[in-house]
Design a protein around this ligand. Sequence first.
Ligand code: Q46
Ligand code: ZN
Length: 310
Amino acid sequence: MRCIRCKAPANVEVRRHRSAFCSGCYPGWFRNQVQRAIESEGMFGRDDKVLVAISGGKDSLALWHALLQLGYQADGMYIRLGIGNYSQHSQSASERFAAKHGLALHQVDLKEEYGFVVPQLRNQREGKPCAACGTVKRYHFNKVAVDLGYDVVATGHNLDDEAATLFGNVIHWQTDFLGRQGPVLASTHPKLARKVKPLFRLAERDTAAYAVIERIDYILEECPMAVGAKSLEYKDLLNALEERQPGLKQRFLVGFLRGGRKALAGRQEPALIRECRECGQPTTGEVCSYCRMRQRKRRQVESRMAARGS
Ligand code: Q46
Ligand code: ZN
C-alpha cells in the first residue's frame, strides 16, 4: 500500500475513501477534512473566537490541535466532573496539552463551585448519570462561552458518534431529536452560543491516527460510567457493517443530513427560548433542565436526611 499523495509506503488506510497516506501526508489530509467541514457547513470564520470542549481524550485534543494548525483562534474548556481517577487523569492530560502549547484552558469545578459531582446524579432506573452529565456539560460550555464572549463552542463528536446517535434516534423514532441533529446547532437567543462539530466527517480511527502521528498525549481510558451504554452497542453494530461495506457510516449520516433532516426540520415549530427563572440561562421552560436537576438532587438529599432524623 502506497501513500496516494507522495507514493511512499503508507501508514494509515482510510478505506471509505479508498485512500492511504504516509505519516508525513496524513495530518494534512486530516486537517483538510476539518477545514472542508468548517467551510461547507459555515461553522465559523478566521475572526471568530472558538471555545473547544476538552475532555482529555483523543477527539477533543486532536480537534484543538487541528484548529490551531489551521490558524483558528481556539481556547479550551474543561469541566471537572468528579468521576474518580478518570477525571483526575483527563484533567491532567488536558492541562498538559494546554501548557505544552501555551494555550488558555478555562475550567469549571462542579464540586467546588456547585457542591456536587456527576456520579451523584445517577438515574435510579438506569443507574447511570449520563443524561444528567450531558445537561451539565451543555449548560457550562454554553454559559462560559457566552459569559466570556466566544462566538462558537466546538466539540469533538466524530463520524462514529454522529452515526451512532442517528441510529439510536431512528431506532426509537425520536423525530424531535432527528430534526435537530446536525454538525451545526445555530444560536437562537443572545445567551445561546452556536455549537459545531468539525470532526463529523472523520471516523474515530482517523482521529486516533492523527493523535498518534502528531504525538498528542491523550488519555486512553474511557469514562467508567460509559460501560454498557447503548451508544457503544450501536457503534459496535455499525462498525461490523462498516467492515463489510466500507463507507456505510458516512453514507448513512451524510444521506440523512442532505435529505431526511431537512424534511423533518421543516415540520417542526421553532422552540421559544426564554431565560430561566432561577439562573437566567436560556431554556424552553420556566426553569432550565440544569436548575431542575439540581432541585431534584437537593430534594433527595433533604428527604434522606429527614428519614435519618425520624
Ligand atoms: S463523561 Fe458523562 Fe460521558 Fe461519563 S458520565 Fe456518561 S456522559 S460516560 S461522554
Ligand atoms: Zn436555570
